[in-house]
Ligand binder design. Sequence first.
Ligand SMILES: Nc1ncnc2c1ncn2[C@@H]1O[C@H](COP(=O)(O)OP(=O)(O)OP(=O)(O)O)[C@@H](O)[C@H]1O
Ligand SMILES: [Mg+2]
Length: 337
Amino acid sequence: MTTEFVTPAGVVKAVNDVSWDLHPGETLGVVGESGSGKSVTAMSILGLIQKPPGRIVAGEILFEGQDLLKMSEKALRQLRGRAIGMIFQDPMTSLNPVLTVGDQIAETIRLHNRGIGRDEARTRAIELLAMVGVPDPESRYDQYPHEHSGGMRQRVMIAMAIANDPKVLIADEPTTALDVTIQAQVLDVLRTAQERTNAATIMITHDLGLIAENADRVVVMYGGKVVEVADVFSIFAACRHPYTLGLMSSLPRLDVDVEQLEPIPGSPPNLIDLPTGCAFHPRCRVSKGREICRTEVPLLRDVGDGQQAACHFSDEVPAEMAVVSDEMGAQLGTATS
Ligand SMILES: Nc1ncnc2c1ncn2[C@@H]1O[C@H](COP(=O)(O)OP(=O)(O)OP(=O)(O)O)[C@@H](O)[C@H]1O
Ligand SMILES: [Mg+2]
């Protein structure tokens, strides 16, 4: 799939020929720096790209064999909230401020289940609020979004997302806006919700720790492209793309309260005017100025055991990983001595 935005400065290639699959029951982690195209991918799947300025110029999004890009807006709306549930970073923008949280959940239930009456929907909504750990759900039902804390609002979003037993859950930075203790609680709720529905989950985050704890498989995005796909163990033990390696190097620094990933020298690519060849080459420590990196776009290819990487020299990444580990060890040594 390719999604672009037409802007006065030029065409922003936000998502550039991205392809992945999602299997029943699994959690797919999508990770990458700010601007790498994670949210635009999610919004494209959900049919929520504003057109214009956005346009999906190529590709297909297959859900149980049906191409979502060919569906009517009405059919898509049915799918969202029923088969596909979504949780965003800021629940305030997704919740309706003039409706009580309970009524919003009940409305979601009734919208997608014609046979359910008001009382039954209310009862189910209260059950859902209890399930996501909202205390005193009966009285909380009648409160408005602004009367809830950020963590509580995010629980309400999760309740809404799972109200109709979705097959797919898309969570875009679901806990980024919350403080650390609340983050852990909300993640627990999300995991429970996922187990209850057995929904396949796309978890978008820039937090590798979150990926390590929650994902089965990982997609790494850079400059609107997928640069690596692997199971979560391989990503941490034996990544095969220099960019993923760069992300790894930031992990110890998470202990010293660094919230954004900023381990890799240089800045993310300009999506209007991408570097030639591999978009990562100007920042790459493996390329070492080799010509092919500047001239040829590396394709995502199998590198063994279901792992895929888009790098001309992915074979050299494990050795580089050893070098990075040594450097990091040395740094930690200096830091503690
Ligand atoms: N409506 C829009 N008009 C123009 N450009 C856009 C629009 N929406 C997104 N973009 C651009 O698309 C690119 C990808 O954005 P996206 O939101 O997917 O990044 P992301 O990976 O989710 O980053 P973050 O971690 O900050 O959420 C960015 O360069 C962004 O500026
Ligand atoms: Mg985003």
